[in-house]
Ligand binder design. Structure first.
Ligand code: E4P
Length: 220
């Protein structure tokens, strides 16, 4: 499963990208607001850091506006993926983009039927929002399972990009369910590294190491 960072925070993107485990980035208007910088400059900066797909969202809600914005966004960098909301105009725009070789990410997907429409339109990615379904008392992970089944039934090539991830267990469940990508806020990626037994085990190794006479433990 690929791991994307879900942020427009350049410092965090640089920090996590340097670990070598990041495959791409997703942004949305709320994340750009938090970053407090010029949208197109942020997208350009991100593309210069991460060598992978970078989703940038259109804000027009009509078909013509989405096409105009998407065409501008892809001029920023070859790795830009046009993020389009799950609406009839959005699906129509995705169909247009996919038939013109432009990669797309259909966002704000909350049902398997919506995901079916994304795949039929030729979306590169579908973004089911797991956490927001959990927030309203549903089980977000069920949606990942349903979409996986639908896509496998018909051999749809649209990739499942699990979004709105709230805790490390979501990441594990996505990997078990066969999501293609999980996009995570930086704090969740940090948590993936952690286990209490790793910390205590490392401490014990280091303590024991110090007990070995110095002349017997030289490495460099
Ligand atoms: C995905 O592309 C979205 O940007 C994001 O995952 C939404 O997450 P949220 O529900 O935590 O805002």
């Amino acid at each position: 499963m690929e791991l994307f960072i879900d942020t427009a925070d350049i410092t965090e993107i640089k920090r996590l990208n340097s670990l070598g485990i990041i495959d791409g980035v997703t942004t949305n208007p709320s994340l750009v607001l938090k970053a407090g910088k010029n949208f197109k400059e942020v997208v350009r900066d991100i593309c210069q850091i991460v060598d992978g797909p970078v989703s940038a969202e259109v804000v027009a809600t009509d078909y013509d506006g989405m096409i105009r914005e998407g065409q501008e966004l892809v001029k920023i960098h070859k790795n830009v993926v046009v993020k389009v909301p799950m609406t009839p105009d959005g699906i129509r725009a995705i169909k247009y983009f996919s038939s013109h070789g432009i990669k797309t990410n259909c966002t704000l997907v909350f049902s398997a039927n919506q995901a079916l429409l994304c795949a039929k339109a030729g979306a590169t990615y579908v973004s089911p929002f797991i956490g927001r379904l959990d927030d309203i008392g549903q089980t977000g992970m069920d949606l990942i399972d349903e979409i996986r089944t639908v896509y496998d039934n018909y051999d749809f090539q649209t990739q499942i990009l699990a979004a709105s991830i709230r805790h490390p267990d979501h990441v594990k469940q996505c990997a078990i369910s066969g999501a293609d990508v999980a996009t995570c806020p930086p704090a969740i990626i940090d948590q993936l590294f952690k286990h209490a037994l790793t910390d205590s085990g490392l401490q014990k190794f280091l303590d024991d190491w110090k007990k070995i006479p110095e002349e017997l433990r030289r490495i460099v």
